[in-house]
Design a protein around this ligand. Structure first.
Ligand code: MLT
Ligand code: MN
Ligand code: ZN
Length: 300
């Protein structure tokens, strides 16, 4: 199984277009000391030929170029087999609209994410004006085969599991349950977990992550009050559905105990771990974890 990190920044990308925080300024001044990153997305394949996107970011156009063989086809069909979503947030779904010329655009996610997309946000409804975009619900906790575009088994199974989180800001009254999920993708021999948004690391979530050979995990904020202290928002990271890295109850301490490789993704532009020589980056690497960067590849 091959896994490619297509984009490792949170919403807004890195540097964010309208932001002059320290990591954003560093990335603009000297990109080698804080690598620019596109918005959160992953590609996975069992055979190196048929690829699936996990999340469809607003940067999907440039991200597709990172997938070997996912170039244009004479039929103008989608160059990937389908899109699996972890939530309905805009940074994970706006790419569906950009893929609308792909004729057939299969989307898979939990039923809660499906109804957010169809009813509250309208992304699927709008995409369907252009493409045949069938939605397959993934019942949380149950493994499902990932079919390729022809309906044949791709060799991959996916299990969505609900994690702590909030519904998207455009649907504040929608139920939170099932709106944010992690995914475990398996080829029968090995598995990896993709959890780009997670508001709390409880025992059940950690148990799932411990069984995966590779864990891609929410690296949005270093501290819980990161956006508040910078004057960029009123909500803590946890309140936005993102457990921070630092501190005794942070993700770093918990994930350092896992047996498999752990890579942070969905990293917000304010997070100092984005600066290559920062003490916060050193704390992550000293704990044996990796700060994800666009284009990283893993073979499991
Ligand atoms: C999130 O990760 O919490 C969302 O992407 C936030 C947003 O869309 O503004
Ligand atoms: Mn996000
Ligand atoms: Zn910034």
């Amino acid at each position: 199984m091959d896994v490619i990190l297509l984009g490792t920044a949170a919403g807004g990308g890195f540097p964010q277009w309208n932001c002059a925080c320290r990591p954003c300024r560093t990335a603009r001044r000297d990109p080698a000391s804080a690598l620019p990153r596109t918005q959160s997305s992953v590609a996975v394949s069992a055979d190196g030929a048929r690829w699936f996107l996990i999340n469809a970011s607003p940067d999907v156009r440039s991200q597709l170029a990172l997938i070997p063989g996912a170039g244009p086809r004479p039929s103008r069909e989608l160059p990937v087999e389908g899109v699996v979503l972890t939530d309905a947030e805009l940074d994970h779904t706006l790419g569906l609209l950009l893929l609308r010329e792909g004729r057939r655009l299969p989307v898979l996610a939990s039923p809660a994410i499906g109804s957010l997309l169809e009813r509250e946000g309208g992304v699927l409804r709008v995409a369907r004006a252009f493409a045949d975009a069938p939605f397959t619900p993934l019942e949380p906790g149950r493994a499902a085969c990932l079919p390729d575009r022809d309906g044949a088994p791709s060799g991959l199974t996916v299990t969505a599991f609900a994690v702590a989180g909030d519904p998207p800001r455009f649907a504040p009254d929608a139920p939170a349950d099932g709106a944010t999920t992690g995914l475990v993708i398996s080829d029968g021999r090995s598995s990896f977990a993709c959890v780009p948004g997670c508001g709390a690391l409880d025992g059940a979530t950690l148990e799932r992550l411990a069984a995966a050979g590779l864990v891609l995990f929410d690296g949005t904020c270093w501290t819980d009050d990161e956006l508040i202290s910078l004057g960029y928002g009123a909500r803590t990271a946890r309140a936005m559905g993102h457990v921070p890295m630092a501190g005794p109850a942070g993700s770093l301490a918990a994930l350092a105990q896992l047996p498999g490789r752990v890579v942070y993704v969905h990293i917000n532009n304010t997070n100092p771990v984005l600066i290559e020589d920062s003490p916060e980056r050193r704390a992550v690497t000293d704990a044996g974890l990796t700060v994800g960067a666009d284009g990283m590849r893993f073979s499991l």
